[in-house]
Design a binder for this molecule. Structure first.
Ligand SMILES: NC(=O)c1ccc[n+]([C@@H]2O[C@H](COP(=O)([O-])OP(=O)(O)OC[C@H]3O[C@@H](n4cnc5c(N)ncnc54)[C@H](OP(=O)(O)O)[C@@H]3O)[C@@H](O)[C@H]2O)c1
Length: 323
């Protein structure tokens, strides 16, 4: 089968496209023929081995993982002997980030327990854009953020995967949502339903004096005290990603601030696929549709990861495998 191979840390152009043996599912796994995959920040980090913390998980000098790729959708082609909830031919989607990755390949073996059936009314391309970013948004806003009707919410980095899905999750909550991102994403954000938008290069949201009940951050790069000042009394700040130094600061100082004030500041650790059933229901009802950049051909994955890293994309970058 055809696969994208990661042999060393470097740049996305060090990835190669090769032929490898088709995998065989273990007892609790299914063999998926991948139809679509989407590109995530993990792919950008993994190919470069940056930030350094990536190497603590994936190998210090050389990646232990040979096949990258986090988000997939596809069709089940074979079943392990203990698989009971799925059948050959089922259309599925999932996030492979805690089971060895490998989504940028024609086939991948996936544990049954992490799979969800793809909503039948959405395309493979749309489905592959949802698991990682959709679940991050859901866990950040709903599980950890405990969003409630009538609140004022701000999403920082709102024009990316998490923000563009997060706003769709928030629609049923009756909240007022502000989105912060770069100028070129503001039109898209307004079209998705953000009540107000801000260009981070022109306006520093922590300096406007406005305060929010809930802040979801996909790009933490400010001091924890600035975030705390932007929260209302009893407000909550949840970050899903950003600069490593800032994440450590928020994890340490955030818990101290939470101890001594009514404000809660924390870092979300993603539990992959937890809540994907809720994303499926929203997609089935037509209440969640990802913004897609693509679909692009499979062979373009290395340059698309570079394009992702340079922030040139709009929405989720999706690739389709050759038929
Ligand atoms: N917590 C966990 O367990 C976990 C697991 C997986 C991933 N993550 C993290 O979760 C995040 C995923 O977010 P995502 O998929 O939405 O990423 P994304 O698609 O890259 O979106 C981030 C957005 O932030 C914008 N941005 C860049 N600098 C900014 C600034 N200073 N202020 C405001 N916005 C800025 C980006 O614009 P440009 O594109 O123009 O730069 C982009 O639109 C990543 O940080 C990832 O590392 C966390």
């Amino acid at each position: 089968m055809k696969a994208i191979l990661l042999k060393k840390y470097g740049t996305p152009y060090d990835l190669t496209i090769g032929k490898v043996a088709k995998p065989v599912p273990k007892h609790n796994e299914v063999l998926v023929r991948v139809h679509s995959a989407s590109i995530n920040d993990w792919d950008w980090g993994l190919v470069r081995g940056k930030p350094f913390v990536i190497r603590l998980f994936f190998g210090l000098r050389k990646p232990k993982i040979q096949f990258p790729g986090v988000d997939i959708s596809g069709k089940i082609e074979a079943l392990g002997s203990n698989v009971s909830s799925f059948e050959i031919g089922d259309e599925i989607y999932c996030d492979l980030s805690d089971c060895g990755l490998g989504g940028f390949a024609e086939y991948v073996c996936v544990p049954e327990k992490i799979l969800s059936k793809k909503p039948s009314n959405i395309s493979y391309s749309d489905a592959s854009a949802l698991p990682h970013a959709g679940v991050l948004a859901l866990q950040g806003l709903v599980e950890k953020g405990k969003v409630r009707s009538g609140q004022s919410v701000l999403i920082n980095g709102a024009g990316g995967g998490v923000g563009t899905l997060g706003i769709q999750i928030l629609k049923s909550y009756g909240v007022k949502v502000t989105g912060v991102d770069s100028d070129k994403k503001l039109g898209l954000m307004k079209s998705l339903g953000f009540d107000s938008v801000m260009d981070f290069k022109k306006t520093e949201f922590t300096a406007t004096g406005d305060k929010y009940d809930l802040i979801l951050d996909a790009k933490s790069n400010r001091s924890v005290f600035k975030y705390a000042r932007s929260l209302k009394k009893n407000g909550t700040y949840v970050t899903v990603g950003g600069s490593m130094v800032r994440l450590i600061e928020i994890a340490l100082m955030g818990s101290l601030i939470s101890l001594f004030t009514s404000k809660k500041l924390s870092v979300l650790i993603l539990e992959p696929n937890k809540g994907l059933d809720r994303i499926s229901k929203l997609a089935e009802k037509g209440q969640m549709k990802p913004v897609i950049d693509g679909p692009h051909p499979f062979d373009k994955i290395p340059e698309l990861i570079q394009y992702f890293g340079e922030g040139k994309h709009l929405g989720k970058i999706v690739v389709e495998m050759d038929e």
